[in-house]
Design a protein around this ligand. Structure first.
Ligand SMILES: [Fe+2]
Length: 194
């Protein structure tokens, strides 16, 4: 697994320093750890498997933490762009269908950003064929199976502390000024969602 490059240097209200620490250090660290864990899983002693503590348990537990750390960060960085964009096209139609209006969705998504500790994900539930706003307190906590993550907001303090201190609300305002909805529409097309 290789770290994907960041497509921009800075964003409106999110500094280059903040983004480079987040992408080049933290995200790249998760990519590295996925490789390290996968390597160790080839040789781990499965005969000692134990649910209180065992090498296999520790590796399998942290495998999902690191792997989701990679996937969530890649989605987050990809759904931002310098200058932002208007929510339009298929994603707007789907949001209006499933949340009543674009504004109702945005209000709920922003509020979930204040209620959570790690991530907020706008996901498409493949079983119910509808969108859901999902709160995740940690990379490997809160995700829902059979869903596709379409739009992701990182709300860990490391995403904004350099620029905003503890001011998460101001960071969420900045995040919403840099959205790349075209990327979300491309995901909808790629996965043939409706
Ligand atoms: Fe992060």
């Amino acid at each position: 697994m290789e770290a994907k490059p960041l497509k921009y240097k800075s964003l409106n209200g999110i500094s280059e320093k903040q983004l480079s620490e987040h992408h080049d250090v933290l995200y790249a660290g998760y990519v590295k750890k996925v490789g390290e864990i996968e390597e160790k899983l080839h040789t781990v002693d499965i005969s000692t498997a134990n649910a209180t503590y065992s090498d296999l348990r520790a590796l399998k537990l942290e495998e999902t933490f690191a792997l989701n750390g990679v996937k969530l960060h890649e989605g987050y960085f990809d759904n931002m762009q310098q200058g932002g964009s208007e929510c339009s096209g298929k994603i707007r139609e789907m949001i209006e269908r499933d949340f009543g209006s674009y504004q109702s969705w945005e209000d709920e998504f922003r509020a979930t950003g204040l209620a959570g500790r790690g991530w907020v994900v706008l996901a498409y539930d493949l079983d119910e064929q509808r969108l859901r706003t999902i709160l995740c307190d940690s990379h490997n906590h809160g995700g829902v199976w059979n869903s596709i993550a379409l739009f992701i907001m990182d709300i860990y303090e490391h995403a904004y502390f350099m620029d905003y201190g503890t001011g998460r609300k101001a960071y969420i305002d900045a995040f919403f000024k840099n959205l790349n909805w075209e990327h979300v529409n491309k995901l909808i097309e790629k996965h043939h969602l409706a």
